[in-house]
Design a protein around this ligand. Sequence first.
Ligand SMILES: [Zn+2]
Ligand SMILES: [Zn+2]
Length: 141
Amino acid sequence: MNCPKDDGMLTNRELGGAAVAWCAQCGGMFLEPGELNKVAGETAGDLEFSTVDLDTFEHEDDYGPITCPANSAHSMKKVEFNIQSNIILDYCEKCGGFWLDGKELARIREEVTEYNEAEREGVEPWTIRLSRFFWGLPFPH
Ligand SMILES: [Zn+2]
Ligand SMILES: [Zn+2]
């Protein structure tokens, strides 16, 4: 597998209990289904589902469209991590994989740390925020 951005060879790297396909040149990585949940860090809920479900796939980012490293016939879509994070990832609808920049992983982990802190403090638990988004439940006062 090659990097969709610089064509560097992707090598397997252990990260958060997942073996991700990682580019040594740019620090980007390809995540197969289930791996984003692992590398993002421990939290309640399914981050992959909440990232992709209901997304419009209409987002701008620094580098534009890329092809899926798993299959060059797949073009990846831009998707916003967990709805309101402003972190724009690449997602392959065909194989369910994500492409992350090295710097995007750091931002995702910060975001997940914030959800967990909010949940511990009882301030706007992120699971409730998602419930409201998905099912139109009223937000608690
Ligand atoms: Zn690369
Ligand atoms: Zn694909």
